[in-house]
Design a protein around this ligand. Sequence first.
Ligand code: BGC
Length: 380
Amino acid sequence: MKRLNLNLFTIMVLLTAAACKQAPKQEEMPSMPAFSIEKMPFGKVGENEITLYKLSNSSGFTVEIINYGAAIVSILAPDKNGEMGNVVLGFDSLSGYLQPGNPYFGCIAGRYANRIAKAQFTLDGATYKLAANNGPNTLHGGLKGFDKVVWNAMENASDSSASLTLTYLSPDGEEGYPGNLSAEVIYTITNDNALQIDYKATTDKATPINLTNHAYFNLAAGKTADILGHELMLTADNYTPVDATLIPTGKIESTKGGPMDFTSAKPIGKDLAQVSGGYDHNFILNKAGNDLSLAATLYEPTSGRMMEMLTTEPAVQFYSGNFLNGTLTNEDGKAIVKHYGLCLEAQHYPDSPNQANFPNTILKPGETYTQTTIYRFLTK
Ligand code: BGC
């Protein structure tokens, strides 16, 4: 079912500062609503209704999210001429998200985003077996990760933001992971054309956790052949080299001077040929604690669109869309070819549950996992 056919069902939630405080005087023009949230049916998964939530600010910056996989479906952001375009890859119907070949478009990946080697880990003396859904390894939470479950959703608009809170209770033993894990993800848009993602989780047994958003960005909104002309800067002097199955070897290596060096902005295509298979690496951010700090900037010269990424996480997986192969079709009808989108996934290092020298990813009962990442859209 196409979304466009469903406008009749649209429910508008409009909130204005003026409406909250006092009615406008007769001679005054009513002010533009600050934020709006529209809801529309997006199909069903079993008995569960899937809803698309459209969060917009008064300048038209819009983020669409569905409660299947808590996935971002589109982000409309202006180019240097003020023309709006969708800057992420997405499908126009639920069937796109349900198909087996969906490369995790816009979803929340979890419980453990990225890979865990040999699909197992040992914690407090017990060995936990996970699904080997990526060669010998587990990827993005297993066969039915957080990208393939239905989340509860609750929208909220105020005069300074619009947000969607998504919650999911992952039962003890789901996909092999211990503990009932209660997860919450809040997507918030603000007037500076930023999308903030706040994550929270608690558990009743010690368990690994690594949540991220898996949006594929294309700041040209599909007007260039691929993302190789996008200029990327990463505040990462180091990265974790990987083996042939993309599991970190355990070494920490300098990015400086080589193809992995994005400490000054450079086109993604510049050194790509020197990286076997393309970029799909964990870049370690230059910081000691978990403060919210600049992780990346991404600039697309033809549209003038720029994105800043800030995160509390210690690392970012930069993935240059190497496995996209033209078999899927984007919301705009174009084939999603290799390098048509790129991911900047705020995260802990891959395989941390098996690598004692990596920052801790074990959440214990009584503790709260938190994560904040902001993607802000600008032009220059
Ligand atoms: C991984 C890629 C993987 C992709 C799945 C990324 O996070 O790093 O290796 O192919 O997700 O679409």
